[in-house]
Design a protein around this ligand. Structure first.
Ligand code: ME8
Length: 511
């Protein structure tokens, strides 16, 4: 039982066979937004990411580069850390499967599986895909390849097996009792049909190469890379020590994964954990796949999106916003320059940026650069304040799924309402006709902006923080407690810094 206010979210740990790309950045970004949201909401958050460094695929990539596996993984793992910095990710821990703490955890878990009677020695004869690091049954192959399109090779070797077949009913029973264990529901249905179709015992060790965690007591075998990799989620909490961080944070609230690796997380992982007497995670969310201009991204097509190029071209928070807003979380999405420019210019520059710019410059010009003192609120003011006041609950509900796009949609509906309010109230006219009413209108807008900027922090941390600076909101007053009904708005009389633009327009560079 994790602590009541704890929130543990994880990304997959990425293979270090190649440099990180936009797909990796996407999954970690979603987790980052969640982690930041939960921290601002007062939770004790642990956000884990890392790299998956063992197995045949990484071993082969190192050999191709003429490097030792260790030197190669050291180098590529660093690139994932650098990307995390460039994307402004706020992970609390970064685990590498080549670390000692991880190996200890994997071997301890193995011992528990053995003690439970779920491991036996046999021989594997069947198909294996190095690219997917997965075993495939003959009937799963499509035109001689894995169902993912990856090439397969015939493997025959001594192997330890995990008695996955014995877990079929217990897994189905677990799914029945945990109706949101996997989301989206359509993906959960796929998982259930896969399990109902019958489970084969799973080969969990390899003998034809040695880049892995040795099997306790039989060093001719290294553990199957997925048994190794999945254990990272508890290794990072100090397992096999089940006190301390483990006690506080396990079971994880959420494993976010791409749909390609759902089976490993929703079938194998809970079976391993239950066999070892440990609790399965609370939820596994499988998001969709990004394509580029309608095509699969691949090295051979040369169309892989480099996250650094996006940051350089459009800006960091623009990239973060686009990825989280453009595609309903769970669906596949397509990246195109046109869609990116539309979001940057219309949602950020025109809607949010312009609202902030209008309000802050009117306050600078008409209120002596100080937060004005509001008079009595009119119905329109109350309506806008009520709408922004209701956002936190709506965003909480969306982030609990998680559906970050829905949180952003709700925030943007208030941004639009605020822009309409500015147009309808026309404070520039009130300046001459009814100055005290103008002041109330500008205060209402300043308070609305403050609430919006607090709520956009998880998604666009740097820009939201600059906006809060422009509103003179102290650092210690930016969490969600400051959104409660009775929390004070900006203090009248507070001097505001000189306004500046937050979201520049993207201008097409002439070729
Ligand atoms: O599978 N669109 O690592 P991996 C969206 N090591 N997401 C994408 C993507 C795309 N085009 N491409 C990659 C592994 N991803 C294992 C995981 S976990 C115990 C072990 C993201 O480097 C997505 O999250 O192949 C996908 O599941 C993950 O990267 C695969 O990363």
């Amino acid at each position: 039982m994790a602590a009541a206010d704890a929130y543990y979210v994880t990304t997959p740990i990425y293979y270090v066979n190649d440099s990180p790309h936009i797909g990796h950045a996407y999954t970690t970004l979603a987790c980052d937004a969640l982690a930041r949201f939960m921290r601002l909401d007062g939770k004790l958050v642990r956000f884990l990411t890392g790299t998956d460094e063992h197995g045949q695929k990484v071993d082969k990539a190192a050999t191709d580069k003429g490097m030792t596996a260790q030197a190669f993984t050291d180098e590529v793992s660093t690139r994932f850390r650098e990307l995390a910095r460039a994307m402004n990710f706020s992970h609390d821990d970064f685990i590498r499967t080549t670390e000692e703490r991880h190996k200890l955890a994997v071997q301890a878990l193995w011992d528990h599986l053995v003690a439970a009677g779920d491991i036996y020695l046999g021989a594997y004869a069947g198909w294996y895909s190095v690219r997917d690091e997965a075993f495939y049954a003959e009937k799963e192959l499509v035109g001689g390849n894995a169902p993912t399109g990856a090439p397969v090779e015939w493997v025959e070797e001594p192997s330890y097996f995990f008695k996955l077949s014995a877990w079929q009913d217990r897994l189905l029973d677990y799914y029945d009792r945990h109706l949101d264990f996997v989301l989206p529901q359509a993906r959960f249905n796929e998982v259930k049909s896969f399990v109902k179709g019958g489970l084969q015992d799973l080969s969990v060790s390899r003998t034809t190469f040695d880049w892995g965690v040795p099997v306790p007591g039989d060093p001719d075998h290294v553990m199957y890379v997925w048994l190794d990799a999945l254990t990272n989620y508890i290794a990072a909490l100090g397992y096999p020590d089940t006190e301390g961080a483990y006690e506080t944070f396990w079971p994880a609230d959420l494993h976010v994964v791409g749909k390609d690796i759902l089976r490993f997380h929703a079938v194998y992982w809970p079976a391993f954990l239950m066999s070892a007497g440990l609790e399965p995670p609370v939820r596994v969310f499988a998001h969709g796949w990004w394509t580029k201009d309608g095509q699969k991204m691949s090295k051979s097509l040369g169309n892989i999106i480099d996250p650094y190029a996006l940051i350089d071209t459009y800006g960091l928070d623009q990239t973060r916003y686009f990825l989280l807003r453009e595609v309903p979380f769970g669906n596949d999405g397509d990246f195109s320059h046109e869609a990116m420019v539309r979001r940057t210019n219309s949602d950020l520059a025109n809607d949010y940026g312009n609202l902030a710019q209008r309000v802050l410059s009117m306050i600078a010009r008409n209120c002596d650069g100080r937060v004005p003192e509001p008079g009595t609120y009119a119905a329109e003011d109350e309506a806008l304040l009520d709408a922004s006041g209701a956002l936190l609950d709506g965003c909480r509900e969306a982030m609990a799924v998680p559906a970050p796009h829905r949180a952003l949609e709700q925030i943007w509906s208030v941004i639009s309402a605020a822009n309409r309010y500015v147009d309808a109230q026309a404070p520039w006219t009130l300046r001459k006709t009814d100055p005290s009413r103008m002041v109330t209108v500008l205060y209402t807008l300043a308070e609305t902006l403050r609430r919006l900027a607090i709520l956009t922090q998880p998604f666009m941390p740097a820009s939201s923080s600059r906006l809060l600076d422009l509103l003179a909101v102290p650092q210690g007053e930016r969490d969600f407690k400051r959104l409660a009904g009775d929390a004070a708005g900006p203090l009248p009389g507070t001097a505001l810094p000189k306004p500046e633009g937050i979201f520049p327009r993207y201008e097409e560079v002439a070729a």
